[in-house]
Ligand binder design. Structure first.
Ligand SMILES: [Mn+2]
Length: 233
């Protein structure tokens, strides 16, 4: 049987070098998929490429242009990636129409939520009302820093097999309003949304943490997230 082909979005640094953490590539291979790295700048050919891939992995990266959700830049907004902000929503729409699986990680969960009409905190530390956890861990990527509480009956619950588990964390932005058909399926103890999923599609899961960095280090729940994603493809 052919393995599923997983499109993996990438990043362009200062408009001259494509980059992507090898963990994303290795996590897809480990889960039984064939990763194909999607470059920035193919906006006119999104439909054609989307029709060739079996699933889409939206990867992490920098910040997102707030004008995409009707705001102007907050002083704490970091480096944005206009090329990704243009390309990724187009891919998301094509995949959703075809009901092909999407796994959205870190920046990915945010662009997924915005594409469906949601919004986000540009900087959780200056815009969230309450005292927050440290969401940019100083430890390395494989360290499990904070808990995520999982919504009963959700896709994430069926993958994790636990009501609560620990994740790594490296973000200063987070999703805020989550629109239908998306639903919140994981939250941190401070109320920050850590996972969303679609109630209207076969497999659309967004996570704010970095399961790719955990899966390649043997974390069972992170490995199952990639395994279920690739199986769904
Ligand atoms: Mn976090």
């Amino acid at each position: 049987m052919n393995k599923p082909i997983i499109g993996v979005t990438s990043h362009v640094e200062l408009d001259y070098r494509h980059s992507l953490s090898n963990d994303y590539v290795q996590a897809v291979i480990q889960a039984g998929g064939i990763p194909v790295i999607i470059p920035i700048g193919i906006d006119g050919d999104v439909s054609q490429l989307a029709s060739k891939i079996d699933g889409l992995l939206l990867t992490g990266g920098g910040d997102i242009d707030p004008t995409l959700f009707g705001e102007e830049p907050h002083p704490k907004l970091g480096t944005i990636s206009p090329g990704r902000d243009q390309l990724e929503p187009a891919f998301i729409k094509e995949m959703l129409i075809a009901d092909k699986p999407i796994l959205a990680i870190c920046r990915g969960i945010q662009i997924l939520n915005i594409t469906l009409g949601g919004d986000m905190y540009q900087d959780i530390y200056s815009q969230h009302e309450t005292q927050l956890l440290q969401h940019s861990q100083k430890a390395n990527r494989s360290h499990l820093a904070h808990f995520v509480k999982v919504k009963e009956g959700s896709l994430l619950a069926s993958i994790a097999g636990a009501a609560e588990f620990k994740v790594n964390t490296d973000h200063h932005q987070a999703v805020r309003h989550v629109p239908y058909p998306l639903d919140v399926s994981g939250v941190a103890s401070d109320g920050i949304i850590e996972a969303i999923e679609s109630t209207g599609h076969s497999f659309v899961l967004g996570v704010q943490w970095h399961p790719e960095g955990l899966a390649v280090n043997g974390d069972e729940i992170a490995k199952r997230i990639f395994a279920r994603f690739v199986e769904s493809c």
